[in-house]
Design a protein around this ligand. Structure first.
Ligand SMILES: Nc1ncnc2c1ncn2[C@@H]1O[C@H](COP(=O)(O)OP(=O)(O)OP(=O)(O)O)[C@@H](O)[C@H]1O
Ligand SMILES: [Mg+2]
Length: 331
């Protein structure tokens, strides 16, 4: 029944009951007697309460929908208001849920596009830093060495210092290029890349332990990159915000996939607003259908968990060649 008629009928029932009572057992004299005034006031109160209750029950699904609309976050997909009520209200909630399905899909696709463009751009900058600037600096270093070898002793020491500065700049450029493009991920695989990350972030003030399961399932390149970037942002946050002394980077087998965990013993994330870093992690998680949580760790500190589903591989004999099945004659 349309919402208009439902509200109209609810009110009509209350008014008809009131009128029937006035025409039947209830009488009102002029001037009004004290007992009649009391009966009328009680009747009015009962009518108002009944009306409020009926409207509340009838409109409850709409309130749930409003709450869902204000709390919906496309980076935390999957939450849907339950389809309740009847007629237009149920239709409205179903339409809203369908719209959310579509928006979440579109969001995931556009994030995927933006992130892959970002990765491509990072690779390009890293390659140029490495191949252009890195090569030029290497040439300068060689030239400096040759010049220093032939320079008079007074100048030689100064040239050696210039050499040292150039070498440090070259090292810095290589470090930036490594960060922009985790080449080690392509060359040595995820486990070595994560170990290198843990070593890079460890230092005198922060000890970073790593714990990587040996029998991890085979992961595709995209999943590996997501795991690497989330670990990188998690450790960057630990180094920048946590004031921690110990951190742990773990990648383990979990039911249905793998789980990455970055945990520290720092001051905890508290009620800090999520910035571009954590939202970036959520977008990457969406790319591979993973679930990301950033929470207080047991015993203080912060824990970032990324649960990545890994589809089970079918045994080779279970795979039917596509062309054969497509052209198979009807049974
Ligand atoms: N490990 C942590 N310990 C304590 N606070 C944290 C930790 N990680 C994040 N935070 C808090 O959460 C906030 C949001 O983190 P987020 O990574 O989204 O942004 P950011 O690090 O401030 O900036 P960026 O966009 O450069 O990453 C931080 O500003 C910080 O206050
Ligand atoms: Mg950050």
């Amino acid at each position: 029944m349309p919402l208009f008629w439902r509200i109209f009928l609810l009110n009509a029932v209350v008014l008809i009951v009131a009128t029937a009572l006035l025409l039947g057992p209830v009488t009102v004299s002029t001037p009004v007697l004290l007992t009649e005034a009391a009966v009328l006031t009680a009747g009015l109160a009962a009518m108002l309460v009944a009306n409020a209750l009926l409207l509340r029950v009838g409109l409850a699904p709409l309130q749930r929908l409003t709450r869902a609309m204000t709390t919906t976050d496309l980076l935390r997909p999957g939450h849907r208001p339950a389809v309740g009520g009847r007629g237009e209200i149920a239709e409205l909630i179903t339409t809203f849920n369908t719209m959310l399905d579509r928006l979440e899909d579109e969001r995931a696709t556009s994030s995927a596009r933006a992130l892959s463009a970002q990765e491509a751009e990072r690779r390009r900058v890293a390659r140029e830093l490495h191949d252009e600037v890195g090569q030029s600096l290497t040439a300068v270093l060689l030239q400096l060495k040759r010049t220093a070898d032939h320079a008079p002793p007074g100048l030689r020491e100064e040239l050696r210092q210039v050499q040292e500065t150039t070498r440090a700049s070259l090292e810095e450029i290589r470090r930036i290029a490594r960060r922009l493009r985790p080449g080690v991920l392509d060359e040595l695989g995820l486990a070595s890349a994560l170990k290198a990350l843990a070593t890079e972030f460890g230092g005198p003030g922060l000890s970073v332990q790593h714990c990587l399961d040996a029998d991890l399932p085979e992961l595709d390149r995209e999943t590996e990159l997501v795991l690497y970037r989330v670990a990188q942002e998690g450790l960057t946050n630990t180094a920048r915000h946590a004031r921690a002394r110990r951190a742990e980077l773990a990648l383990r087998r979990a039911p249905g996939g793998v789980e990455l965990r970055v945990r520290d013993d720092g001051r905890g994330i508290g009620v800090a607003q999520e910035g571009a870093g954590i939202r970036g992690m959520r977008e990457r998680a969406l790319l591979v259908g993973a679930r990301l949580t950033v929470d207080r760790a047991d015993g203080g500190g912060t824990e970032v968990r990324l649960a990545v589903p890994v589809p089970a591989r079918l045994p080779a004999h279970a795979l039917v060649p596509v062309r054969e099945s497509a052209h198979a004659p009807p049974p």
